[in-house]
Design a protein around this ligand. Structure first.
Ligand SMILES: [Zn+2]
Length: 657
């Protein structure tokens, strides 16, 4: 099935390189840049894993809507909340439910359908007595008043200060949400939200969805009411509060009629810098809409809010962007693009479980490269991918990464898509990307690795289990050892390529189509071989004398590559000593080499400069002490060097006059 597609590889269309339109490309982020971006995220996740070990059992009910009231006592750092959730039973005879609320929060009152309800709160789980038995599909409403000082590993809710002004932020991913609001903390249970944030009237409270109202609700206090009718995973609910200044731009939808406001909230001191740093956001939205289909939250907004955290986070319709990335230039376009692309991959389509988080992070990281390829061309794209330092992560497994947001899911995850693109070709790849984000089963819902695989299989008409199995579900990468030689044939030459996989025995033997490019005396000939064994040999026919052979020259594969000089079993060159030596008039060197293997024989001086070329002869080379023009050369030491594609041998000669 796979072999049938081989012939199409060579004709895969590459995206047309479009000129930069006068904008010079930003520097490509280095591994160190990327590490800084990831550090906070990984630390939080690593420390949170144990703390989050005790989780509520979630599959018993489905949350449809959250109504959340949060009152921020900024001087005291006390959060007072009321969360009301509307849910339905998913199992028969449901009599109590477990919700996530860490013990830093004190529960003040709980009701079910408006009636006070019995409850226990321990080990981060609030268990509520529903008061009656519910059957599958029965609706119920739970409401809980609580207060406390949010506290949890990774600090998902923070009371910060910027320029002497309070700055309150949240960053729940992956397990921090229950530190500050009552929820069923499961990424696959999406719900709609009503969000009411009560803050001092000197501050602006920004959140997900659209802004319905700002109401004076007390002396010097206002309540911001945000809401969204689009389903959202709990880890994407976020708030950002400070004395924001804002400005807006208009995004025009693909229908050329519908418009949507894109709003940016920044610290007043960063207004000018942010206006420069983020002024390509609209063109990025247009690009991703062309790639994925329409921006998925047109009825809400897209927004970016600056926050006091060394990272960025794709909070649905309201990306949080660390102050460090607001630099007044375009050095961090990659972060702006990354977070925006999550609107489609991550927010609209969320992973079912954290073990599949590469589906969103690999995708968003690859989306950086795709945007840059569209803007700066194919060459920049390849440099961009190569600068990801994927080999730092290549030994690890992508699926079920521990911690779940390790760099592996970003960079090896992005390379999985990069490799897949080359395996199935551009047309099928981009068809699949569009099909994925337009699949009704996934839109505003969840998908996992297997869903992604099936989409790529449908678009390419080929079974890709082998690809996902080795690259996503197993650690490692192929370490190739390459040797090659050739022989003359009636029609031209046969180049023989031997590829061995010498990686750790704990890793798979990889199956991959590999590009082989052979430079011959008259041009370049390209091939694709399907390598799938520990040791495999391919014979490639070319019309002219092969001069060089390159394997995966555009670097489409995560791999080690070692070019071997000599292979056991290959025909050897045997070169004898010069006779006579020293010499005055003439010396000869005998050699043995099977017919058909090209040979170049040269005389070099001590500085390595070529003095003369010798005709191949019949197993015998002769030099008469003259240069290429036939003039006698000076007395001294010279070398006779013989070269075949695989070996080089030299003998020294002493010419005396
Ligand atoms: Zn991301």
């Amino acid at each position: 099935m796979f072999a049938a597609r081989v012939s199409t590889f060579g004709f895969a269309l590459l995206l047309a390189a479009s000129p930069a339109g006068g904008q010079s490309p930003p520097p490509i982020p280095s591994g160190a840049h990327r590490a800084a971006f990831l550090t906070a995220k990984q630390d939080a996740a690593m420390r949170a894993r144990e703390a989050a070990a005790a989780r509520a059992v979630h599959d018993e009910y489905d949350v449809a809507h959250y109504d959340i009231h949060l009152d921020l006592d900024i001087p005291q750092h006390i959060l007072t909340g009321t969360v009301t959730l509307e849910a339905t039973a998913e199992i028969a005879n449901l009599s109590d439910v477990a919700l996530d609320l860490y013990d830093c929060m004190e529960v003040d009152a709980v009701s079910v359908d408006g009636t006070p309800a019995g409850h226990t709160h321990a080990g981060g789980i609030l268990t509520i007595d529903l008061g009656s038995v519910h059957q599958v599909g029965d609706p119920f409403t739970v409401s809980c008043d609580y207060h406390g000082i949010p506290s949890f590993s990774g600090s998902p809710f923070r009371w910060q200060v910027q320029n002497g002004v309070p700055m309150v932020l949240s960053y729940s991913e992956p397990w921090g949400a229950p530190a500050w609001w009552l929820c069923k903390d499961d990424p696959k249970d999406k719900a709609t939200y009503g969000i009411h944030l009560t803050v001092p009237d000197t501050l602006v409270a920004v959140s997900n969805g659209g802004l319905d109202s700002v109401t004076v609700t007390g002396s010097d206090v206002v309540t911001y009411h945000w809401s969204t009718a689009y389903p959202m995973s709990p880890y994407l609910f976020s708030i950002a509060v400070t004395d924001f200044e804002s400005w807006s731009e208009t995004y025009t939808a693909l229908d050329d009629v519908t418009t949507m406001e894109v709003t940016y909230w920044v610290y007043p001191t960063d207004l000018e810098d942010a206006q420069e740093s983020w002024n390509r956001n609209i063109e990025m939205m247009e690009y991703y809409a062309s790639l994925f289909g329409e921006y998925p939250f047109l009825d809400d907004k897209y927004g970016i809010a600056e926050f006091q955290h060394p990272g960025a986070m794709e909070h649905q319709t309201c990306t949080s962007m660390g102050s460090a990335w607001v630099t007044g230039n375009h050095v961090y376009d990659w972060i702006v693009a990354h977070e925006l692309s999550h609107s489609w991959v991550g927010d609209m389509i969320t992973m079912t479980e954290w073990s599949h988080a590469w589906c969103k992070e690999g995708f968003a990281t690859y989306c950086e490269a795709l945007y840059f390829e569209d803007k700066y061309g194919e060459h920049y794209y390849h440099n961009y991918m190569n600068r990801m330092d994927v080999m730092d992560y290549a030994h690890r497994q992508v699926y079920d990464s521990d911690p779940p947001l390790h760099g592996t899911i970003y960079y090896k995850g992005a390379w999985v898509l990069h490799m897949l693109r080359h395996v199935i070709g551009d047309e099928a790849f981009f068809d699949a990307v569009y099909a994925y984000t337009n699949e009704p089963d996934f839109r505003y819902d969840v998908a996992d690795t297997e869903d992604l695989r099936e989409v790529f299989e449908a678009a390419s008409g080929t079974d890709l289990r082998w690809f996902f199995d080795q690259w996503v579900y197993h650690p490692g990468y192929p370490a190739y050892q390459l040797s090659w030689w050739w022989s003359e044939t009636r029609e031209g030459y046969d180049a023989t390529v031997k590829i061995e996989q010498v990686q750790s025995v704990d890793w798979p033997i990889f199956k991959m189509p590999i590009d082989i490019v052979i430079d011959t005396e008259s041009g370049t000939e390209s091939f694709v071989v399907i390598d799938s064994l520990a040791s495999q040999t391919f014979t490639l026919s070319v019309s002219d004398l092969p001069l060089d052979l390159r394997m995966d020259p555009e670097h489409w594969i995560i791999r080690g590559l070692e070019l071997m000089d000599v292979v056991e079993g290959m025909p050897h060159l045997a070169l004898g000593a010069a006779r006579p030596n020293p010499f005055t008039f003439r010396t000869t060197l005998d050699y043995q080499l099977p017919g058909g293997i090209p040979l170049r024989a040269e005389i070099l001086d001590l500085n390595g400069r070529r003095v003369a070329s010798l005709p191949r002869g019949e197993g015998r080379l002769v030099w008469d002490g003259t240069d290429a023009a036939g003039h006698p050369v000076a007395a001294g030491v010279y070398y006779c060097r013989l070269r075949t594609p695989a070996w080089e041998e030299s003998r020294h000669l002493l010419l005396i006059r």
